[in-house]
Write a protein that binds this ligand. Structure first.
Ligand code: CLF
Ligand code: SF4
Length: 497
């Protein structure tokens, strides 16, 4: 788990400790709350799924990165919500998903508008679920405007995880992000609007922390607008007790019809995002595995199985939830046993790497290396390169292996008739992987192998089904021992990471 950002794990060259339990530093009560929450724990996201129900269509503010036709950008990438559900429909869908995807542990309400601008629909959904499915964690995401007045209701419904999107703590910055808010039956514009929103967000954060609710703060990184300010946001929210900070890249395309999209406001590069996350990491734990999911997403982060649970399909499903809970508990126990085994295995590898006898490395031998990993989950390297829609990027260094972030790519190999576009998409993928020196996957075809090598990225299919961090550490050691780290990376590997 990445709550301390760097793993406690060791790596090849330095003889450091083991990469065992990343949650070990947390008090037991908090550990229990995040252990199977795929957003609040980086390690958990390899094993557990979440789902959203789109019960909240209205919003009480306007963000310059949002178009009401699309999902809330605070918790979702732009994309039309397939169906807005009533609370009853939503509950039915949650029970159906929980019975069929037992590793789904968290139900979140995140839009498509603001959940707390639709309090009756949102709270009724939570109320029913806390009765009918007590084994599912409840989670809500909000812009924070209506939060203070609803904190006690939130606590009543056993919601232990709340996300507040806080893009600024300075109203002058806020005035560039929020053109208006709807407050006490009036539309308020400009700096005054931002001032009220910020005050409500901060008050809501304090009230939740006082009541023991875990708060994650999401911030949208908008270059030239709040990039220089987000470190201050991180400092302030940490001081008030936020548990985790998730800095997400702005998504702004003209075709989304948002103000920023139409104005040509750009999103950050991978390098800008990582630099800011690293800068904020000094102040608090950072989330780096966010997928900016849709307000009706279903499945593991990074996958969307929503099409399997449309209303017409759910109607035909017979759900015995008591039986489903028993099955879910078994599956969760199996996952935990598997995680424990992986931690043990990784710990042993790190210890054995650390005990290798070799001369003290020269300075240049210990430079860090970025590696991209293709995985479908389970915490192991298990995906064919051509089937990957995203790669997890890890940095191996002389002191640890740490998770850096996610890079999304287009699927270049669908096994169908799309191969005419293959080269272009593959080239895009390789550009997306710039900065990485190795790609770990379960298998890879001849053509991408050659193109990756030509771009200075070494494909590696030798660690299929191995725990990711163990595989990354092992490859780093091999690079060290073969002298590959004696030289600086190829020019293309020094490009934007
Ligand atoms: Fe949903 Fe958000 Fe809860 Fe997670 S998502 S309400 S905390 S259950 Fe997670 Fe999706 Fe990122 Fe949100 S990956 S967009 S952080
Ligand atoms: Fe859109 Fe969400 Fe902002 Fe409301 S809070 S305007 S739904 S991005």
């Amino acid at each position: 788990m990445e709550l301390k950002v760097k793993s406690q794990g060791g790596c090849a060259s330095s003889g450091c400790g083991s990469s065992t339990d990343r949650l070990a530093h947390l008090p037991e009560a908090i550990r229990a709350k995040v252990n199977n929450h795929p957003c609040f724990s980086e390690d958990a996201h390899h094993h557990y799924a979440r789902m959203h129900v789109a019960v909240a269509p209205a919003c009480n503010i306007q963000c310059h990165y949002c178009n009401r036709k699309y999902d809330c950008s605070n918790e979702s990438r732009p994309g039309v919500v397939s169906e807005v559900l009533s609370p009853d429909q939503a509950v039915k869908k949650v029970l159906a998903v929980a019975a069929n995807i037992p590793q789904m542990t968290v139900l979140g309400i995140a839009g498509p508008g603001d959940p707390l601008a639709n309090p009756e629909r949102t709270l009724e959904t939570f109320r029913q679920l806390s009765e009918k499915a007590p084994d599912i964690r409840l989670c809500v995401s909000t812009n924070g405007l209506a939060l203070p007045e609803l904190v006690d209701e939130i606590c009543k419904h056993n919601i232990e995880h709340v996300t507040i999107t806080i893009n600024c703590v300075d109203p002058d910055v806020g005035a560039k992000i929020y053109p208006w808010i709807f407050w006490n039956n009036r539309r308020i514009k400009g700096r005054k609007a931002a001032e009220i929103l910020i005050a409500q967000q901060q008050k809501g954060l304090e009230m939740l922390v006082e009541r023991g609710v875990l708060v994650k703060v999401n911030s949208v990184l908008i270059p030239g607008v709040n990039d220089a300010h987000l470190k201050e946001v991180s400092r302030v929210v940490k001081a008030k007790g936020a548990f985790l900070h998730n800095v997400m890249p702005l998504i702004a395309e003209p075709e989304h019809g948002t103000f920023y999209g139409l104005m040509g406001q750009r999103g950050p590069t991978n390098e800008e995002l990582q630099t800011l996350q690293d800068a904020c990491a000094g102040d608090m734990a950072m989330m780096r595995h966010c997928r900016q999911c849709r307000a009706d997403a279903v499945g593991m982060l990074g996958e969307d199985r929503g099409h399997e649970f449309t209303l017409d399909k759910i109607e035909t499903m017979e759900i015995d939830y008591a039986a489903a809970m028993t099955r879910r508990a078994q599956v969760h126990a199996e996952i935990e046993a598997n995680r424990a085994a992986q931690r043990q295995q990784s710990g042993e590898v790190f210890v054995s790497l650390a005990s290798l006898k070799r001369p003290a490395p020269k300075k240049t031998e210990t430079r860090p290396v970025l590696m991209a990993v293709a995985t479908t989950g389970g915490g192991v390297v298990n995906q064919h390169f051509g089937h990957a829609r995203e790669f997890l990027v890890y940095e191996a260094s002389s002191t640890d292996v740490r998770f850096i972030g996610v890079r999304k790519v287009d699927l270049y190999c669908s096994g169908g008739d799309t191969c005419g576009d293959a080269e272009t998409t593959l080239q895009k993928t390789i550009r997306t992987l710039s900065g990485c020196e190795v790609v770990l996957c379960s298998k890879i075809g001849y053509e991408p192998w050659g193109m990756l090598e030509a771009a200075g990225i070494t494909p590696n299919g030798e660690h299929a089904i191995e725990p990711i961090e163990e595989a990354v550490a092992t490859v780093y050691r091999e690079m060290l021992e073969s002298g590959r780290l004696d030289s600086a990376p190829a020019p293309e590997q020094r490009m934007s990471a």
